[in-house]
Design a protein around this ligand. Structure first.
Ligand code: FE2
Length: 160
C-alpha cells in the first residue's frame, strides 16, 4: 500500500483494494466476453446485437476504469493485466461457440448476471467497511449492469 493523506484507515483501504481488485478481474473478463460477442455474432439480428454488444462494451470499459482507479486512489495497485484477470475472474467461461444470436444473448446474459451478483456482494462488503465512495462506485456499476442485463435478456423474454 502507498502512503496517502486520504483519511480512511489503512486497514479499511487495504481490504477495499482487495475487494476492488477481485471485481476488476471480473470486469476485465466481462469486457473481453462482450467484445467477443460483438465480433462473432451472426444471423438475422446481426446488426442490432453487434451494435448492442458494443454499447455494453463502452460502459463496461468505464466500469473497469472506475474500479481500477478507485483501488489506486486508496493507495493500492490496480491489478489489471489480462493474465491476472484470467486467473482471478469468477465469471463462467463464455458459453457461445458459433455465431447464433440467441446463443450469444444467452451467454452474455449469463456473464452479466454473474458479474451483477458479485458486484452486489461487493457493495455489501464495502458498505460494511464504511467506505462510502467505493460502495457508491460498485452501486453505480451494478445498476448499469442490471440495465444491460435487461437489454440483452429481453431478447429471450417474449414468452413468460
Ligand atoms: Fe467493433
Amino acid at each position: 500500500m502507498y502512503k496517502t493523506k486520504n483519511d480512511l484507515p489503512e486497514e479499511v483501504r487495504a481490504k477495499a483494494v482487495e475487494l476492488l481488485n477481485a471485481r476488476l478481474a471480473d470486469a476485465i473478463d466481462l469486457q473481453s466476453q462482450t467484445k467477443h460477442a460483438h465480433w462473432n455474432v451472426k444471423g438475422p439480428d446481426f446488426i442490432s446485437l453487434h451494435e448492442l454488444f458494443d454499447k455494453i462494451n463502452d460502459d463496461v470499459e468505464e466500469y473497469v476504469d472506475l474500479i481500477a482507479e478507485r483501488a489506486v486512489q486508496l493507495g493500492g495497485i490496480a491489478e489489471g493485466t489480462a493474465r491476472v484477470a484470467a486467473k482471478r475472474s469468477t465469471l463462467p467461461e463464455y458459453g457461445a461457440k458459433g455465431g447464433n444470436g440467441r446463443d450469444h444473448v444467452d451467454a452474455l446474459s449469463t456473464a452479466l448476471a454473474a458479474f451483477g451478483k458479485a458486484a452486489r456482494q461487493a457493495v455489501d462488503a464495502l458498505d460494511e467497511l464504511d467506505d462510502a465512495d467505493s460502495t457508491d462506485i460498485l452501486t453505480e456499476v451494478s445498476r448499469g449492469i442490471d440495465k444491460w442485463l435487461w437489454f440483452v435478456e429481453a431478447h429471450l423474454q417474449a414468452d413468460r
